[in-house]
Design a protein around this ligand. Structure first.
Ligand SMILES: [Zn+2]
Length: 133
């Protein structure tokens, strides 16, 4: 679903699970595309990659609504919260899903740098403290 009121709250896109929907803010996408040119970062972020990366990022969040995917991420991180003999409880690592979603977007879109860099630059450019969704 497209909306054009994302810049006020620096919202690029977001996933909501009920009902399963991805909202994409066309005004923020346009601002990010202009910023890429202003910063000379076009070789890292090709034309159209902001929208593509946002959709890939939110699709990663959708995957994390499935227990198997969350478990796979915890196993990949391998941080142990508790060990009792041969039993091990894997820890939740704050922010891990967000970092994984950015990494997923970078990989599937073939970007030269993480979308996290662009997100930070966008927050600085529009004078907002920055917000992840
Ligand atoms: Zn996110």
């Amino acid at each position: 679903m497209e909306r054009d009121d994302g810049l006020d709250e620096l919202l690029l896109a977001r996933y909501t699970s009920r009902p399963a929907t991805v909202e994409i803010c066309t005004d923020t996408v346009d601002r990010a595309e202009r910023l890429i040119d202003e910063l000379g970062w076009r070789s890292w972020y090709p034309v159209g990659s902001v929208r593509a990366a946002a959709l890939a990022h939110e699709s990663a969040h959708e995957h994390f609504h499935h227990r198997a995917t969350r478990t796979a991420l915890k196993e990949a991180i391998g941080h142990t919260a508790l060990r009792l003999g041969r039993f091990r409880v894997l820890a939740h690592v704050a922010g891990a899903e967000e970092i994984a979603a950015h990494a997923h977007a970078r990989t599937v879109c073939g970007l030269g740098r993480s979308p996290l860099l662009l997100t930070a630059a966008l927050a600085a450019a529009v004078g907002a403290p920055g917000r992840e969704n």
